[in-house]
Design a binder for this molecule. Sequence first.
Ligand code: AMP
Length: 398
Amino acid sequence: MSKNFRTLDDVDVKGKRVLLRVDLNVPMENGRVTDATRLERVAPTIAEISGKGGKVILLAHFGRPKGRDAKDSLKPVATALGHVVKKPVAFAADCIGATAANAVAAMKDGDILCLENTRFHKEEEKNDPAFVSELAKLGDIWVNDAFSAAHRAHASTEGLGHKLPAYAGRTMQAELDALAKALEAPAKPVIAIIGGAKVSTKIDLLENLVRKVDALVIGGGMANTFLHAQGIGVGKSLAEKDLAATALRIIEKAKAANCAIILPVDAVVAYHFQANAPSHAYGIDAIPADGMILDVGPQSIARIHSAIDDAATLVWNGPLGAFEMAPFDRGTMVSARHAAARTKAKKLISVAGGGDTVAALNQAGVADDFSYVSTAGGAFLEWMEGKPLPGVEVLKQR
Ligand code: AMP
């Protein structure tokens, strides 16, 4: 694949002050990091720059503070990161000004320093030019390794790329390579599986996908809206009936673009929205008026499987049913395992992303068997919507 952005292969970092934007927004409880996945993801870039004799100066946001707020300090995260990278990670209590400048001045080649939460300054989210200049003073180059924050044009995620030579970190590079293989220059045919609760949050995404993929499987609560729009009774199921016209428009666009829409042909119906509620599978034209569709049915699963078998590339976002409650996780679990098996057999390139989707793949025990799983929520969805991501655009070679 021709890459149109600069990476760490294009720069000698030795002796340079490297401002490295990372995602350190980890879940914390009582001052302790409860899930270090994000720290593990950025560790290779940190280790590489440090190992090559660069000075690693970490920039990141944490939470949504309004001004300085001790509960959103990155200090405990810096300590946890030190354990992951197995090197000391120093900390400076501000990301600009004398505190930051003195800490940077004290660094030796290979040292790692984490600066305090960039969002303690309101100028960060405003991409304020004076704030960008203050940050830029601390570094010689800027490396962006935070794909998950790339849909935001903030000072540390975008602004710096206009001030300093800009490069993609290894995690960003891997993410961009995987995404390019999934939608920009994919092996064909391409299938997308889109599920989740609502159509309203995924209209742009569906409209972009029907132009790009050969087949689109629609599952989850959002399938009910499409079924209703086609005159099928969905009983008491979750459905956005006011979006019937939108659903029909998406179906028309799919037809015009030669994209097959694959909707459920049967469904698992229950009468209570709770785990292990008594349930039964019905054909899609026989959904009981007082029932709720909580998962795709066995015939739909078989259809999804053969669609996966026909595809060379799969993009997946959103569960096919209410996967948090047994037995309504079945459609999602079985389909995820099928996609994982095809991937392992080298028949399929599979890319998945979004918070619930990652949770579902973990629940199915197959997250590691997919070609790529993106942990970025908002940025992954905006990428699926076909929107340019400011933090990625700024890395492109000009
Ligand atoms: P989203 O955040 O839009 O991807 O939606 C994920 C949520 O959709 C999960 O919490 C699922 O439980 C829920 N969901 C999926 N299918 C259904 C369904 N048929 N009825 C109600 N909720 C569903």
